[in-house]
Design a protein around this ligand. Structure first.
Ligand code: ADP
Ligand code: MG
Ligand code: ZN
Length: 452
């Protein structure tokens, strides 16, 4: 029986307005090479100046993932040649990263688990090569380079080889992404490349030493992460069972073919000729600064989900749905303030609100129904002013127009009359208007009930 062993390396783009070592804008999607300067173009003699906000964000994600923050750390040059790396080296951190030794807890179908985080370091991003260009006058065999991304601040978050399945890898990445977004460290946008994941995959027999790993690069969606891990584990098992060996290498996932392909043999750290970055001093900061950042952290998704389960008696799966984003959780919590039963609020938000958000492809921030209005609707059901079926109709109208539930019920005449005296009066009027049918009904013609 083979066991799959996975270690994940996540690159998260730091949510700073300017780049890591220069003042250029980090805004995404602008004209190529419109956000560049001598520093991020790698001109000789241009000197880097560290972005304080980037360091603060790196500390924040370190704290939020239970790491030890090192108040002394060192930037290092990682030397390699690539067309999108104009300096010929990347400023990164090597043997003295800013944070080490954290963890993220996950839950999967096999139960709870913990993924240890080996290290978090700060580094700059490279530019982007365009091998297929959108320009008619550029020949097919020409690649272009866009350096807008060059020098953007990243954190690399590296786990221990603690992950055992594609499901666990997804659970880890889901939680890590939530924590990055809750803390405002990264926008989590995988399509735009704000969050990129590499998976180191090996297989072995439990109890035996770990196998040789392949590193699969640039898995830019949860689905690709799962498929790449499953493909890679199967490939390695087939090799080993066929009496062959796994070679340590870097592989690229091809989403079209659903397979991983060899990209290059794996380089070793010494290939990069790391040395301390001479243009930047050691990074040193006060412990008090770290503590101030810690004090400023929001309630994180895991404790929030736990609190929903224990204090509000929300089932675990629903609690996880509600904490998916900080904004959704905030919306839910405000709705809870409006109603007597938190579980009712949870059901409305996780079923109806999320359905509308998905249908319209909008975020909770763009949603027209306020928590107060949703609370009013729930209150009207609980008081018997409207029934459950009418409530769904009113809710859809609220979602479409943003009107209050009272005004919709009034305008559409959807109110339910619950006053017994008023109902009796109506009944008596009907009976008085049809004496013949009343006599037949009394004589036993029960089918006339529907007529009344
Ligand atoms: P490198 O710097 O060459 O990428 P690291 O030692 O930093 O190598 O490890 C990178 C990642 O590979 C880490 O996430 C680590 O947990 C993972 N890893 C190390 N050994 C294995 C293995 N045998 N199988 C799967 N993952 C592994
Ligand atoms: Mg690595
Ligand atoms: Zn610049």
């Amino acid at each position: 029986m083979w066991e799959t062993v996975i270690g994940l390396e996540v690159h998260a783009r730091l949510e700073t307005r300017s780049k890591l070592f220069c003042g250029c804008s980090t805004e995404y999607g602008n004209a190529p090479n419109s956000q560049v300067c001598p520093v991020c173009l790698g001109y000789p003699g241009a000197l880097p100046v560290l972005n304080r906000k980037a360091v603060e964000l790196a500390i924040r994600i370190g704290l939020a993932t239970n790491c030890t923050i090192h108040v002394h750390s060192v930037f290092a040059r990682k030397n390699y040649f690539y067309p999108d790396l104009p300096k010929g080296y990347q400023i990164s951190q090597f043997d003295r990263p800013i944070a080490t030794g954290g963890h993220i807890d996950i839950h999967t179908s096999t139960g709870p688990g913990r993924v240890r985080i080996q290290r978090i370091h700060i580094e700059e991003d490279a530019g982007k090569s365009l091998h297929q260009t959108p320009y008619a006058d550029v020949p097919d065999d020409v690649s272009l380079v866009d350096l807008n991304r060059s020098g953007t601040g990243l954190v690399e978050i590296v786990t221990e080889p603690d992950v055992r399945s594609a499901e666990e890898a997804n659970a880890y990445l889901t939680r890590l992404r939530q924590v990055l977004m809750y803390t405002g460290v990264c926008d989590g946008n995988m399509e735009e490349g704000s969050l990129r994941c590499d998976a180191n995959v090996s297989v072995h027999k439990p109890g035996e030493p770990l196998g040789t790993r392949a590193e699969v690069k640039n898995l830019n969606s949860f689905r690709f992460l799962s498929r790449a891990i499953e493909f890679e584990a199967d490939r390695q098992i087939a090799l080993l069972e066929g009496g062959q060996r796994v070679v340590q290498e870097t592989r690229l996932f091809d989403p079209g073919a659903g397979e991983t392909r060899s990209m290059r043999s794996k380089e070793e750290a010494h290939d990069y000729r790391y040395f301390p970055e001479p243009d930047l001093g050691e990074m040193r900061f006060e412990k008090e600064w770290v503590e101030a950042i810690r004090a400023d952290l929001p309630e994180l998704p895991a404790p929030k989900s736990h609190r929903y389960q224990t204090e509000l008696h929300i089932p675990a799966g629903d609690a996880e749905t509600l904490v998916a984003t900080r904004e959704l959780a905030g919306y839910f919590e405000e709705t809870v303030q409006q109603v007597s039963n938190p579980r009712t609020a949870a059901n409305w938000v996780k079923n109806e609100v999320i359905r509308v958000l998905n249908e319209r492809k909008i975020s909770i921030g763009e949603y027209l129904v306020t928590p107060v209005a949703l609370g009013q609707l729930i209150g009207m059901i609980e008081s018997g002013a409207i029934n459950g079926k009418t409530a769904k109709e009113v809710f859809d109208e609220m979602s479409a127009s943003g009107k209050s539930p009272e005004s919709i019920v009034r305008e559409k005449g959807l109110g339910q009359i619950s006053d017994p005296a008023a109902i009796r009066e109506q009944i008596e009027r009907v009976i008085a208007a049809s004496p013949g049918q009343v006599a037949q009904y009394r004589a036993g013609k029960a089918s006339l009930f529907g007529f009344f």
